[in-house]
Design a protein around this ligand. Structure first.
Ligand SMILES: [Zn+2]
Length: 273
């Protein structure tokens, strides 16, 4: 399979569900591609760095994380960070990449999550979903159809991050948990931003080397425990949870499940991979 993860900021795949599953698919021999839409250049509370310096640091972290996870180098779209993405333009680009990479499965942020305030998460999740469901229509963006670029039917969208729904799918990441942890602890800038979560006494605008050691230690403990708590729900040692939607051209396929429930069948239990 060709799998394409589409996200807004360099660290989006790392802290919740995402990277452990992508690493597992890569180990199983699937081709795993990633598209990062912005460089995340405003993602710091520090006053001693320019946007260019933050970009350089975060993209370096992303590239080394992908290497650890055993997946392809990221494709960078270089949109400005924090609310300036042109949605329809992004959708056209994403349709192009889904066709070019022949993506069977798209993983992205859930734009319908309640209280999701980050405009980049909302627009990227939404445009990735639209692109995945529309890439099969030959009359849409037909000027893209040259050379080996053909309309392509993507089969599924996997929503990650804080989900707006009960998960309907769990992936066993016990074989890739170490890779996930090593990759995510590379994101020093993100650990600074999330300091309040891991160590409330550390000032995120002023993180010393000593603080960073503490943050890394606490983050390591908390995120391992998240994987294990998620896993416990389905009797796995470590898991990531997703909300998966199957695709009919131009739609998500909610119809089959709805029809089955209308016939009096109980809702399907979550799938475990
Ligand atoms: Zn983000």
């Amino acid at each position: 399979m060709n799998i394409l993860a589409i996200f807004a900021h360099p660290d989006d795949l790392s802290f919740y569900s995402g990277s452990g599953t992508l690493a597992r698919w890569a180990e199983e021999g699937h081709s795993v591609f990633t598209i990062c839409c912005t460089n995340g250049e405003v993602g710091t509370l520090r006053r001693d760095m320019t946007k260019e310096q933050v970009t350089e640091k975060r993209l370096k972290e992303l590239k080394s994380a992908n290497k650890i996870l055993g997946i392809e180098e990221p494709i960078l779209l270089n949109y400005p960070d924090a609310g300036f993405i042109n949605g329809p333009e992004l959708r056209e680009k994403l349709v192009y990449f889904i066709r070019k990479l022949r993506a069977d499965r798209v993983m992205t942020l859930d734009p319908w999550t309640p209280y999701e305030v980050h405009p980049d998460h909302v627009v990227v999740g939404r445009m990735a979903s639209e692109a995945a469901t529309f890439a099969s229509f030959p009359l849409l963006y037909s000027d893209q159809l040259k050379g080996d670029i053909e309309p392509y039917s993507c089969s599924e969208v996997w929503f990650m991050g804080f989900l707006g729904h009960q998960p309907n799918c769990y992936v066993d990441i016990s074989s890739t948990l170490e890779k996930k942890m090593t990759a995510l602890l590379k994101y020093e800038g993100s650990l600074e931003i999330l300091a309040k979560l891991f160590a409330p006494d550390i000032d995120p605008a002023n993180v010393t080397m000593e603080d960073m050691k503490k943050l890394t230690k606490f983050a390591n403990r908390l995120l391992r425990s998240m994987a294990s708590v998620t896993g416990k729900k389905v009797n796995l040692k470590a898991a990531e949870a997703f909300f998966v939607q199957k695709i009919l051209p131009g739609h998500f396929d909610n119809f089959q499940q709805l029809m089955s429930e209308m016939l009096g069948n109980p809702p399907e239990p979550p799938k475990i991979y």
